[in-house]
Design a protein around this ligand. Structure first.
Ligand SMILES: Nc1ncnc2c1ncn2[C@@H]1O[C@H](COP(=O)(O)OP(=O)(O)OP(=O)(O)O)[C@@H](O)[C@H]1O
Ligand SMILES: [Mg+2]
Length: 684
């Protein structure tokens, strides 16, 4: 970087602009012209000089502003003009012989000797650039030249030489070259930054350029990025150092040294950062952490985006002091500005790409939706009408249930009066009233059948008294195997497929058995020629999609039981009506049409759901879902039927019943059991 400050202009712009270059070139031209004229004058002097006329030569040589020397034919220096002694500041005669070589820079001495010796041996002109010790003590670049002068016989009689100070020329040349390098780097970086759309590559490029331009041992670019969620986090690139040398230190914190860069207060340049009052104030390290690359010279510039927000910072370090000049700082400020524009562009590009991608995705989705619109509308309409149908069906069943339930309830009360009074009548008939007893028996049988009927209707209308308990359905089904075989007969094969790890349910096991039996009987009736009945259990989950299509179902975990047969099946119209009470296709006396109504009522009352799948000739599947019971419960042992307690006369029971007949019957029964009942009629 020699001479670089000389080509930096006052305003800090690098002398890489046209003005600086023009001035440099003019200076070089001037020095060259000076050299040429001196050489011309010397040549003229030498040419007009008869051999051996030393005095004249010396007179001329002393008169020109050029270091001049001459030697004997063997190369022994025996003359240096005044200008030489003024320049070097050494005593007259002290460089005679071979001593002149000691005036050269130690690194140039051998080379100069070799060149001189070569000229002496060949008679070729001597020409060399080397560093000569100036009287100031500094070595300056000079151009040494010498020509031999030959006698009439062609033999060399003397060597005449000149020394021209070309130090400024050299410096200017070097500065120009450096200038070119800077320009080239700036250009290359600018172009690359403008073209680079990948953020990480871009900041790496900038970091590398920074290290190249400042001569730093290493550089880093810490920068903020936003992730897809819009959160900001910090990344960094390194140049001149390996990532492993930084990885254990984490990101720079807001220490007094780093803070100004990250808030964009301006750049920091220090010849020795450790001497800076802001350095070493923060715990826990109080300066660079142990093992950090040694930094003495320090340069940091903030990188601010177009809208003024600080994107990050460029940091450079060197173990030696005083490595970064004002020019470096200005160069880095320029690079930071380029980086900011590049980063802004890359971000914009990325955002645009993202937006474009999203738009394309949205368009593709829209196209797809459009293409399938009709089909989806048809599907949706289908789904809705199915759901509406299911709802209508459920509402119909609900209405039917309420109606039947109300009638059955009242009818049940009446039947209690009938059967109760018949019972009393029967018990109090004289033993010899045989005909009357038979009539009473018949009446009781009729009443019992009517009771069974009303119970079934109550079951359908979800009003039958239930005793739900934890049930292991697999065990219950397995326990019914014998009964099923007996009920279905020889021609029907019974198969059970019981899922392992079946969840528990909570249900009235008697009614559940009853329901299975009803289904089995229906299956038997549908398979007069024989066939197969399959009872299958499984854990299952009813999701929102299923629930939307089926009225009165809650989503969740269920235990499913499928009872399938290979029988006649049903048409769609029949399937629609099978749960209705009294709907039967069987001959009079063969079926009441209440079997499936009971199953329906029972399942609904147990919080479950029942569904029928059937097609003519394809058999039938009835699927019952009962809600999973969470937790583990031991099945309770069935409580034994408690014996009917005997009352005593001093035990009084108050009977409250608004139906006169029922009340009268209840009072009568209690009296028969030995109690002293009283009664009342509740208001309303
Ligand atoms: N597995 C089945 N295969 C074919 N049809 C069936 C099946 N189960 C029920 N059905 C039809 O549904 C109707 C109603 O059945 P449900 O069990 O409610 O009454 P039922 O069997 O006719 O009489 P009940 O059960 O009262 O003796 C039956 O008459 C029959 O037409
Ligand atoms: Mg039936």
């Amino acid at each position: 970087m020699r001479g670089l400050p000389q080509v930096a202009e006052q305003d800090g712009s690098v002398a890489g602009n046209d003005d600086g270059l023009t001035r440099l070139e003019a200076e070089v031209a001037r020095l060259r012209a000076e050299l040429a004229s001196a050489e011309a004058r010397l040549a003229m002097a030498g040419a007009s000089l008869p051999a051996g006329d030393e005095d004249k030569f010396h007179a001329i040589a002393e008169s020109i502003d050029q270091m001049i020397w001459s030697t004997r034919p063997d190369g022994f220096h025996d003359y240096f003009n005044r200008r030489w002694y003024e320049y070097t500041g050494v005593p007259d005669g002290s460089t005679d012989g071979a001593e002149w070589n000691g005036m050269f820079h130690p690194e140039d001495q051998d080379r100069a000797w070799a060149v001189w010796r070569h000229s002496l041996e060949t008679g070729e002109p001597y020409h060399i650039e080397y560093r000569l010790r100036h009287r100031s003590g500094a070595y300056r670049w000079v151009l040494g030249r010498a020509q031999p002068v030959r006698g009439p016989d062609g033999a060399i009689v003397r060597w005449y030489g000149t020394c021209t100070d070309i130090d400024d020329l050299k410096a200017a040349d070097e500065a120009r070259r450096e200038q070119g390098r800077i320009l080239e780097t700036l250009n290359r970086t600018g172009q690359a930054v403008a073209a680079e759309l990948d953020l990480h590559r871009l900041v790496q490029l900038v970091t590398d350029a920074g290290v190249e331009l400042t001569g730093a041992q290493f550089g880093a670019f810490f920068y903020n990025v936003l992730n897809d969620a819009g959160e900001s986090y910090m990344l960094y690139t390194l140049s001149g150092a390996d990532r492993s040398q930084f990885e254990r230190f984490g990101m720079p914190r807001a220490t007094p040294v780093f803070h100004p860069t990250f808030v964009g207060e301006g750049s920091i340049r220090s010849d020795d950062i450790k001497e800076d009052p802001r350095y070493g104030q923060m715990e826990p390290h109080f300066g660079m952490p142990k093992g950090h690359l040694p930094v003495t010279s320090y340069l940091a510039v903030p990188v601010a985006g177009r809208s003024g927000e600080i994107i990050g910072g460029l940091f450079f370090g060197h173990p030696e002091p005083g490595r970064f000049t004002e020019v470096h700082e200005r160069l880095m400020t320029g690079i930071a500005a380029q980086a900011a524009v590049g980063i802004d562009n890359a971000r914009l590009y990325q955002a645009a790409q993202k937006e474009l991608g999203e738009r394309m995705r949205a368009e593709a989705e829209l196209r797809r939706l459009n293409e399938t619109l009709e089909q989806r509308v048809a599907e949706e309409i289908g789904r809705r009408s199915d759901a509406e149908e299911a709802l209508r069906q459920a509402q119909k069943m609900e209405t039917l249930g309420q109606l039947t339930g109300g009638v059955a309830h009242d009818f049940n009360n009446l039947l209690q009066i009938v059967t109760g009074n018949l019972d009393i009548l029967q018990r109090n008939l004289p033993p010899d009233a045989v005909r009357l007893r038979r009539s009473a028996d018949n009446a009781i049988r009729g009443a019992e059948r009517a009771t069974l009927l009303t119970q079934r209707l109550l079951a359908f209308s979800r009003r039958q008294p239930l005793t739900p308990r934890p049930v292991d359905l697999n065990k219950l089904v397995a326990g019914m195997s014998e009964l099923l075989h007996r009920t279905l007969g020889e021609t029907i094969e019974v198969e059970t497929v019981l899922a392992p790890g079946l969840w528990q349910i909570e249900a009235d096991s008697n009614q559940l058995e009853n329901a299975i039996l009803n289904l089995a009987v229906n299956a038997r009736d549908a398979m007069p020629e024989g066939g197969r009945l399959t009872v299958e259990t499984a854990n299952t989950h009813l999701d929102r999609g299923y629930v939307a299509q089926n009225a009165e179902v809650l989503p969740g975990q269920y235990v499913a039981m499928c009872v399938s047969d290979t029988g006649s099946g049903m048409d769609a119209e029949t399937v629609q009506r099978v749960f209705e009470p009294f709907f039967t296709t069987k001959d009079v006396g063969k079926g009441t049409g209440l079997g499936l109504s009971m199953v329906y009522g029972f399942v609904k009352q147990s919080g479950g759901h029942v569904k029928i799948y059937s097609e003519p000739g394809e058999g039938t599947t009835v699927k019952i879902y009962l809600p999973r019971l969470h937790g583990v419960f031991a099945e309770e042992a069935q409580a034994d039927e408690a014996p009917v307690p005997e009352g005593t006369r001093d035990e009084t029971i108050l009977v409250c019943e608004d139906d006169d007949d029922v009340r009268a019957y209840s009072v009568e029964v209690l009296r028969e059991l030995g109690y002293s009942p009283t009664w009342c009629c509740p208001a309303g």
